[in-house]
Design a protein around this ligand. Structure first.
Ligand code: GLP
Length: 265
């Protein structure tokens, strides 16, 4: 795991977008794993900007989102399908048929989860997985005690998650669906590369647990310590409780891979 600390949330989002753009230019058929949440909105804004100003081509890539709520239709204003269409898919040249989210309205949800896993495998596996972190340490909707080898399945959301996501549902946690389909921790760990974006003071304590704490299913983001190629891009506020800050900065300044990103530091 590597931690990259940038001055603010905008630079952190730019970094993530530039890494995605670089991967996509190197492999036009990239299979992208995508995340939702307010943090990720800025990264998608930057990606749309790169598409518009530099002609970044999405026409051959395909995408798989981490999760979707159960029980709200795709065209519901708060569905993750709607979020992705509005924030990214409708703004770039990706064919809709190449974009995948679990169907939270499927009659047989267990079958839908198996189908989703199989479609990721059929696409060749996820090349680059974007991630955020929930206030309870979840990745996707892998709530505390999710098995670290779990695959795509249904999950009940914790009260902390309902609270965190309430602003998107008019502010009342009671309006947030209580269940979701999510890729498992094991599914996420199978990606070739993982890139987590974490910003803001409110994430400082959970980020420190995920990055520097023990690997535990109580904080499923800590499982990323097992990922062979995981980078965590954070702003100064989110980094404020990390113990190894000086070392992380040193690595970022000295690794040749990051030379072209030094203007963001
Ligand atoms: C939701 C998503 C997670 C995401 C989290 C972060 O819970 N299921 O994948 O990481 O939101 O949200 P935010 O960026 O709004 O803090």
């Amino acid at each position: 795991m590597e931690v990259i600390i940038l001055p603010d949330r905008h630079k952190a989002a730019q970094m993530v977008a530039r890494i995605v753009a670089k991967e996509l230019r190197a492999n036009l058929r990239l299979v992208l794993g995508l995340a939702t949440g307010r943090t990720m909105e800025r990264a998608y804004d930057c990606l749309v900007d790169i598409h518009r100003t530099e002609g970044l081509d999405f026409s051959l890539c395909s995408t798989f989102n981490l999760d979707e709520y159960i029980g709200i239709p795709a065209d519901h204003p708060c569905s993750y399908r709607r979020y992705m269409d509005e924030r990214l898919f409708d703004q770039v040249n990706i064919p809709k048929a190449n974009t995948h989210l679990p169907d939270g309205m499927a009659k047989d949800l267990g079958e839908e989860c198996r189908r989703y896993e199989a479609s990721i495998v059929a696409a060749g596996g996820i090349g680059l997985q974007l991630l955020g972190i929930g206030s309870d340490g979840h990745i996707g909707f892998n709530e505390p005690l999710s098995a670290l080898r779990s695959r795509t399945r249904e999950k009940a959301l914790t009260p902390a998650t309902l609270e965190q996501n309430a602003p998107m549902f008019g502010g009342d946690p009671a309006n947030v669906p209580r269940r979701a389909i999510t890729m498992g921790v094991g599914t996420i760990l199978d990606s070739a590369r993982a890139l987590m974006l974490v910003t803001g003071e409110s994430k400082a304590s959970i980020l420190a647990k995920a990055v520097e704490g023990p690997i535990t299913s109580m904080v499923t983001a800590s499982a990323l310590q097992l990922h062979p190629r995981c980078q965590v891009v954070v702003d100064e506020e989110a980094a404020s409780e990390l113990k190894g800050i000086d070392y992380y900065r040193w690595v970022f300044a000295n690794e040749p891979e990051w030379a072209e990103f030094q203007d963001l530091a």
